[in-house]
Design a protein around this ligand. Structure first.
Ligand SMILES: [Fe+2]
Ligand SMILES: [Fe+2]
Length: 217
């Protein structure tokens, strides 16, 4: 049977959505790039680093929305707790990306409210399908995000990785990548199933559109 969210839960979610999209996120852990110097970069390198960090920020907005939606309709309290804990760490990722974007003299994606709404809807749907698929969806999302973050770090797998000297952005992306790996393992450990290939491909296609848009605006 589908878990019906209480009015209180809906209000909490609405508040979370507004804060994610419009307010500045907070971090409990220290910023991963604290203590690292700001590197000298050309205008083009700085703009490229900002574009990638805007994509990462947008991805974290989507993650927040997904997990909030999933937690709203998840049936198993253990799964629900795992989702809320992952969402807490995504809030920190949001804060780290936001600070990096600021330091690079750039801005968040204007499409964030739209992506939040879409991802929240997807999360609600995943949650309604039951814990096995809900957690499977979480694991697959985390794996795809991890792969994406990894491409920003490498010099081989990505045509345009983060500038090599931008140690600050790289430190943020490294820590996020480590967290996403952990989130994927947690989801599988709680019983997440492998998603069918067409679903995985649809997720990849959607994230390609998001990436292309958020890199620019
Ligand atoms: Fe994240
Ligand atoms: Fe994550």
């Amino acid at each position: 049977m589908l878990a019906i969210p209480t009015p209180e839960a809906l209000i909490t979610q609405f508040d979370r959505a507004l804060r994610t999209v419009f307010a500045s996120a907070q971090t409990r852990r220290p910023y991963p790039d604290a203590g690292l110097p700001e590197a000298a970069m050309s205008e083009a390198e700085r703009a490229h680093a900002a574009g990638l960090m805007r994509v990462n920020h947008c991805g974290e907005v989507c993650a927040q929305a997904l997990y909030a939606g999933q937690a709203l309709t998840a049936r198993n309290p253990v799964a629900q707790q795992a989702l809320l804990e992952a969402a807490e760490e995504e809030t920190e990722h949001l804060a780290w990306c936001e600070k990096r974007l600021d330091a690079l003299g750039s801005h968040k994606s204007v499409f964030n409210p739209l992506w939040y709404a879409g991802s929240f809807g997807l999360g609600v749907l995943a949650g309604a399908l039951g814990d096995k698929w809900n957690l499977g969806f979480l694991a697959e999302t985390e794996r795809q995000v991890e792969g994406h973050l990894d491409s920003h770090l490498s010099h081989l797998g990505h045509i345009n990785p983060l500038p090599a000297q931008d140690a600050k952005s790289r430190a943020v992306v490294e820590q996020m990548k480590a967290d996403e790996i952990k989130h994927a393992h947690t989801a599988v450990a709680h019983g997440g199933a492998e998603l069918p290939l067409p679903v995985r491909q649809a997720m990849q296609a959607t994230s390609k559109i998001m990436t292309a848009l958020a890199y620019r605006i």
